[in-house]
Design a protein around this ligand. Structure first.
Ligand SMILES: Nc1ncnc2c1ncn2[C@@H]1O[C@H](COP(=O)(O)OP(=O)(O)OP(=O)(O)O)[C@@H](O)[C@H]1O
Length: 235
């Protein structure tokens, strides 16, 4: 059974339809991307998964149970953690307060706590008493990821995790994600860039105008994966 399975999701804002039947699956420990140019419906798909908007139709299943239309805490409790677009770190809370605000240890899942996220991101330990507003973009991104990890998710969803970051910090984030993958964490990466993701992910979904137009499997494409993805993305 899939960890997450989207079936024929349609959704939009007001009367404007944005998603036209999204099908997407993620298995335990799989790393999958959702790639597409600006405005194609990536963030809307994430919002539909997380219960931040109500899908017009279709199912959002976790372990075969449908959560479509349920509030965000329900999908969170089921084991899905989000690193939102724009990071959304609380500016007037310290790093540590940001992390503790999210902390959760659902039954049987206790990999992450303050100590282990500080081991994972030593920079955050150094900055633990600094306010969110005082952090660099890269540090804020680390807080956003660490905060999602503090919920001990089985599936981590990252919406444009490295947008606007300097290349070196971007590399560091990808390295951390590769470590999570090696530990068996399932990850859904949303992005516009294919370069770094091509090597990290098992499978790629390409979204265009609210529909998945193709699925590309890393194993099948081998070295040619970046070129294949760029062709599908019309880059
Ligand atoms: N809150 C909103 N209200 C109305 N329309 C919205 C809202 N959010 C997004 N849209 C519209 O929905 C469409 C898809 O947007 P979405 O943010 O899902 O795209 P995206 O693929 O994530 O792109 P980006 O990379 O620019 O974030 C766009 O036409 C956008 O203008």
């Amino acid at each position: 059974m899939n960890l997450l399975s989207l079936t024929n999701i349609t959704a939009g804002y007001g009367s404007a339809q944005v998603l036209f039947g999204i099908d997407l699956e993620i298995g335990e420990g799989e790393v999958v991307t959702l790639l597409g140019r600006n405005g194609m419906g990536k963030t809307t798909t994430v919002r539909a998964i997380m219960g931040l908007i109500k899908p017009w139709s279709g199912e959002v299943q976790v372990d075969g149970k449908n959560y479509a239309g349920q509030p965000p805490y329900a999908i969170g409790r089921a084991g899905v953690g989000l690193v939102p677009e724009g990071r959304q770190v609380f500016p007037t809370l310290t790093v540590e307060e940001n992390l503790l605000a999210a902390a959760k240890m659902p039954e049987g899942r206790n990999r992450w706590d303050l100590t282990s996220v500080y081991d994972f991101f030593p920079r955050l330990k150094e900055r633990r008493t600094h306010l969110g507003a005082q952090l660099s973009g890269g540090e804020q991104q680390m807080v956003a990821i660490a905060r999602a990890l503090m919920t001990n998710p089985r599936l981590l969803i990252l919406d444009e995790a490295t947008e606007g970051l300097a290349p070196l910090i971007r590399e560091e984030i990808w390295t951390r994600l590769a470590t999570l993958k090696a530990e068996g964490e399932a990850i859904l990466l949303i992005d516009k860039n294919v370069g770094a993701l091509a090597g990290l992910a098992d499978r790629h979904y390409v979204i265009e105008k609210g529909e998945i137009i193709t699925t590309v499997t890393a194993a099948e494409e081998g070295q040619a994966i970046t070129a294949t993805l760029e062709r599908h993305l019309h880059l």
